[in-house]
Ligand binder design. Structure first.
Ligand code: GDP
Length: 467
């Protein structure tokens, strides 16, 4: 028998920041921040592209890149040093019940960026889920090399599954890196051909044209990425390169995020617990999901329900101290009066006057994917929320609803669910030891979103309705 849950000090009265900041004024002057996940088929050039980007922007030390280059040449793979950069700059996240993800920060004159990556298994879907759940937008790398696009884009291709996942998890903006254009001599025809095929797939998924950007580039040579100009063969595209495109999108997303800063509770996803020498200190890194936080304020960590003091906020690659973090920011928090032994990745932090319920049953509005077999009540599944996964069970199929208008009930007595159906179901978390704190979709769009998997396949995504 497990020992009963420990009871920690929980306060509900907010504490004032040590040096209060005028938030509206801050929002006016701060650089926008954008987090993005890089998706695409294995070998589509994702690692090379991110390595190139970080290298050209100056986020990697020259000594490091020289060493990697030497190593890759010694094994006869001269280009690999770029692909390794990501792994070198990324901070590995601890493994637990959570799927590990890591982040790399970089900054340009106009914006701050966080690349969200799932090291080791870039093409492993649970990690893609974790990555997507932490990203504002997706960069989709497409290998434009002859025939490569077709093989990556067949019916069950990763490109497709990744894009479907992203869309179902509210990633509403895609930057298509039309990669390896050097291998087809920057052929405009090839570019258009792929753009047309992919474009109609995006449209079917519900993306609008203004939610997709197409950038021809070569991660390998760097043309179209940051500072390297296009070669003379490419005389048909005058649009912005990848980094300028990211900056445009950051401006747009950043402006939108500001709406969820003032008058919204502070909500924080903990991605990692970092070792600390002080006994009452917990150092956690993660993402601000809504609202804002300043040093001196108190927050409560769930599920352990311990109220802690936010002593310091650190940001960026250099981990410099900052006086505020707002929605969308990836930061490290130094917390005092904490019990780090009961904090894990996947935990949530929240304003002390905001209550997060610990419920093992909830109602889910979900959309099934393509499945081999119909889904029956009682089916055990794996539930993913952000970086956490938990065993769960579909206890009851409540109703089949209209896919376009969820308020319309199509059928009430449901025996099973088929592929591509929208439904209301009741879910029970079957892991009793340590439950993940749940939020409703109307409380937070990111945190109120779950993905269901069974036998290694994604079977549905859903919004948490009632707890
Ligand atoms: P990932 O699996 O998506 O991360 O792909 P990698 O970055 O490891 O690249 C896969 C292969 O494609 C490697 O052999 C790279 O050298 C090659 N590659 C990557 N980018 C380019 C490019 O821009 N042009 C060409 N011609 N080859 C590339």
């Amino acid at each position: 028998e497990e020992a009963a849950v420990k009871h920690y000090k929980k306060v509900t009265v907010p504490k004032k920041p040590r040096n209060p900041i005028d938030i509206p004024k801050y929002l006016e002057i701060c650089k926008p921040h954008l987090s993005f996940v890089v998706l695409g088929h294995v070998d589509a050039g994702k690692s090379t592209l991110m390595g190139r980007l970080l290298y050209d922007i100056g986020a990697v030390e020259t000594g490091k890149i020289r060493k990697l280059k030497k190593e890759s040449e010694s094994i006869g793979k001269g280009s690999f040093h770029l692909a390794w950069v990501m792994d070198q700059t990324a901070e590995e996240r601890e493994r637990g019940v959570t799927v590990s993800i890591c982040t790399s920060d970089f900054e340009t004159e106009k914006s701050n960026f966080t690349i969200v990556d799932a090291p080791g298994h870039r093409d492993f879907v649970p990690n893609a889920i974790a990555g997507v759940s932490q990203a504002d937008v997706a960069v989709l790398s497409i290998d434009c090399g002859t025939d490569a696009f077709e093989s990556g884009f067949d019916l069950d291709g990763q490109t497709k599954e990744h894009t479907i996942l992203a869309k179902s998890m509210d990633v509403n903006f895609i930057i298509v890196a039309m990669n390896k254009m050097d291998s087809v001599n920057w052929s405009h025809e090839r570019f258009n051909d792929i753009k047309q095929k992919l474009g109609s797939f995006f449209k079917d998924l519900g993306f609008r044209e203004d939610q997709i950007k197409w950038v021809p580039l070569s991660g390998f040579s760097g043309a179209g990425v940051y500072k390297s100009p296009y070669p003379s063969e490419q005389d048909w595209y005058q649009g912005p390169n990848l980094v300028s495109t990211l900056e445009e999108v950051a401006h747009h997303v950043g402006t939108e995020a500001h709406k969820d800063v003032i008058d919204h509770p502070f909500l924080f996803s903990i991605l990692e617990l970092i070792n600390s020498k002080k006994s009452d200190e917990a150092v956690v890194s993660g993402r601000v999901e809504s609202g804002s936080i300043q040093p001196g304020e108190a927050i409560t960590i769930y599920p352990s329900e311990q109220s802690v003091l936010v002593d310091k906020i650190l940001t960026g690659r250099e981990k410099v101290q900052t006086h505020i973090a707002t929605k969308g920011d990836f930061v490290t928090l130094k917390l005092r009066q904490a019990f780090p032994e009961d904090i894990r990745s996947g935990d949530l932090g929240a304003s002390v006057d905001y209550e997060i319920s610990a419920s093992e049953n909830f109602k889910l509005q979900m959309l099934t994917f393509k499945m081999n077999r119909p889904l029956l009540p009682g089916t055990p599944i794996m539930l993913f929320r952000g970086v956490v996964e938990q065993p769960a069970r579909i206890n009851k199929l409540v109703a089949i609803i209209d896919k376009k208008d969820p308020s319309v009930i199509i059928k009430n007595k449901v025996r099973h669910l088929a592929s591509n159906q929208a439904a209301i179901v009741e879910i029970e978390l079957t892991e009793r030891k340590r439950q993940i704190p749940m939020l409703r979709f109307d409380e937070n769009k990111h945190l109120g979103r779950v993905v269901l998997r069974k036998d290694g396949r994604t079977i549905a995504t859903g919004k948490v309705l009632d707890l």
